[in-house]
Design a protein around this ligand. Sequence first.
Ligand SMILES: [Zn+2]
Length: 191
Amino acid sequence: MPSARTHDTITIISGAIMTPITYYAALEYTQLGPSTALACSFWLGSAHLLSGIMFSPDLDIDSTIDNRWGIFFWIWRPYMWFIPHRSFWSHSLIISPLLRLGYFVIVVYGLLFVMSLGMSQIGLIPPAFHREFVEQIYTLIKTRPDEVGAFVIGFCTGSAAHTIADWLVTKGYWLLGRYGRRLRRRYRDHQ
Ligand SMILES: [Zn+2]
């Protein structure tokens, strides 16, 4: 499989190509104004990089990727335990990035809930952080649907660039293997 570094390079190059294309395509084929088109291409490009580099499909194994989360590496432990390596659930075009995004949102919600609970246990009256978090997401979807849509698309393409590279390499090895076998057989027939 391509190394984490190779995947990063693919993510950065594909993101750099896609961002300006998104801007011009949004201006050309949608009703969006220049400033919204610019914002959408920015969010799509950023989500593409974020997804490929920090939310990589290879979070399904103990790899360089979870180390990038520093002290928060443990967030991905349960994900790693339950998601089989290189399965549909971690390496697919749409479901797997959405699953990682959803998983992350649930983890953040859980942490905020525990934080609120902990503060109330020691006698403080904390704001309901977890509820606030959900409200913020809801408001964002309602007030900036185009940008949120661009972010989700970019999040999927960032993961897809990884998955497609993995597929190509696997297919490449398979083809090379087949070709190699045929060559060997031909060589044997000659004798
Ligand atoms: Zn992979």
